[in-house]
Design a protein around this ligand. Structure first.
Ligand code: UD1
Length: 433
């Protein structure tokens, strides 16, 4: 089985270019089937999650072509209307399979999709998605085999108040409402950058969506959507991961292809603990020298500190002086990396939904297992900062969301390799020792 082998202790230095936003791409790729026309989508990150979703879209009968590694053409015209069923074994593995519920329901008034999987970071219900679809007039059932079936004679715009701020439900309801009759209002909507990106994509297809990025989104349904060409925004979380990597390894990284505004919650926390963060038009330089200070962080929906950056930030704070506290308010099971960091010497105590961190001077290399996508990235950061060699198993989680992660780290001077046997692991260790 493939794993990372990493020799830590090198301050990362250089430039890295951030890929398109995975979470925006997942919404946009699913939304592309709302039209029969061809949609050309650029800046699609070449990661497992997007590859799996594209495979599912193709399995529905859509014509899917990679024009180049990051540009995808999708034409929904060829979808088999008698088989609007996504029951791929793979699709259960990705959370975003549920976006096909919204787009198929919007387009065909019928959708059958296997219940979503994704990272095991706590209970991840889809009641708000279902509430939204039902408000628009759909009947939604969960049938045997764990499938969600949504159907409607027609979809009619409504006023929908979301009981919890949900990224997925906001995107799903936007997609279903784009072709509904009349006006839909989503109140208490999520405001993440990828909500705005999906709304912009839909508008470029001819939808009429206003207010994305605020907590009230207004959608006036249109008769039909048309083909478009669209480029996805840069990935906020990949950028944030490299920002924390610069700090944890006491390096100096120019992170290119970012929207600095999307990074504010992360930039301001890193500045607060003592890192130098310089913003340019579409890049950010992060430098750190010496030991950082402690702080307190609470994860919140955008524009608050993103839950998807919580493990990477905790890993960085565990090397700072003094005591830090990180409170996780979005998901209830997002501290599984703490036990792994403890093997590297970290002193972190989890109490309820808070991690109480007592900073240490250095991590020591250890054999680790990635518990999920972002926690896996956090362990890579820890291993790069650590003294000695580490291995990280279950990198399949990390590959779901980071394109060429090891290649980008190597270009910054990091010593990391993917190996799948003991001999290659030993060869790497001999080479770096
Ligand atoms: C998306 C992101 C994920 C990120 C999360 C929060 C994608 C593919 N994934 O996940 O990386 O960590 O946003 O920023 O974009 N909830 C309900 N009922 C629902 C839906 C959600 O109670 O119907 C709860 C969840 O359990 C969670 C909170 O709402 O506590 C936020 O979840 P949500 O924003 O929906 O996250 P995802 O869309 O799953």
């Amino acid at each position: 089985m493939e794993k990372y082998v990493i020799k830590g202790g090198v301050p990362l230095d250089g430039e890295v270019t951030i890929a398109g936003a995975k979470n925006a791409a997942l919404g946009i790729l699913a939304a592309a089937i709302l039209t029969d026309d061809e949609c050309i989508i650029e800046n699609v990150p070449y990661v497992e999650d997007t590859k799996v979703l594209l495979r599912a879209i193709e399995a529905l009968g859509a014509t899917v072509k990679y024009i180049d590694l990051h540009t995808v053409s999708i034409m929904g015209k060829t979808i088999d209307r008698d088989n609007l069923c996504v029951d791929d074994e793979y699709i259960r593995k990705i959370r975003a399979s549920y976006y096909l519920l919204g787009s198929m329901l919007g387009k065909f008034k019928y959708a059958q999709v296997a219940l979503p999987g994704g990272c095991d970071i706590g209970l991840r219900p889809i009641d708000q998605h279902i509430k939204g679809f039902e408000a628009l007039g759909a009947k939604v059932d969960i049938v045997s085999g764990g499938k969600v079936v949504a159907k409607a004679d027609e979809l009619i715009g409504r006023h929908i108040y979301m009981d919890v701020v949900s990224v997925g439900a906001t995107i799903n309801i936007m997609m279903a409402a784009a072709l509904a009759e009349g006006k839909t209002t989503i109140e208490n909507a999520a405001k993440e950058p990828h909500i705005v990106d999906v709304a912009n994509f839909l508008n470029s297809m001819g939808a009429n969506i206003k207010g994305a990025g605020t907590d009230v989104i207004r959608i006036r349904g249109v008769q039909r959507l048309v083909g478009t060409e669209y480029s996805i925004i840069p990935d906020q979380i990949e950028a944030g991961t490299f920002m924390t990597m610069a700090v944890a390894t006491k390096g100096n990284i120019l992170i290119k292809n970012v929207i600095p505004k999307h990074m504010e919650a992360i930039s301001s926390k890193l500045s607060e603990i003592g890192a130098t963060v310089i913003e340019y038009d579409d890049s950010i330089r992060v430098m750190a020298d010496g030991r950082m200070k402690s702080t307190q962080i609470k994860t919140l929906p955008y524009p608050g500190f993103p839950t998807d950056m919580q493990p990477q930030m905790a890993t960085t704070l565990a090397l700072s002086s003094g005591n830090s506290i990180i409170t996780e308010s979005i998901f209830e099971n997002r501290f599984k990396y703490v036990n792994e960091l403890a093997r590297m010497g970290a002193r972190i105590k989890v109490e309820g939904n808070s991690a109480i961190i007592t900073g240490i001077e250095k991590y020591s290399g250890a054999n680790l297992v990635a518990p999920d996508l972002r926690a896996g990235a956090a362990l890579v950061i820890a291993a790069l900062a650590a003294e000695g060699c580490s291995t990280i198993e279950d990198i399949k989680y990390i590959l779901r969301g980071y394109e060429d992660f090891d290649g980008k780290i190597r270009a910054l001077g990091g010593q990391i390799e993917i190996v799948d046997n003991d001999r290659d692991e030993q060869k790497f260790k001999l080479r770096v020792s």
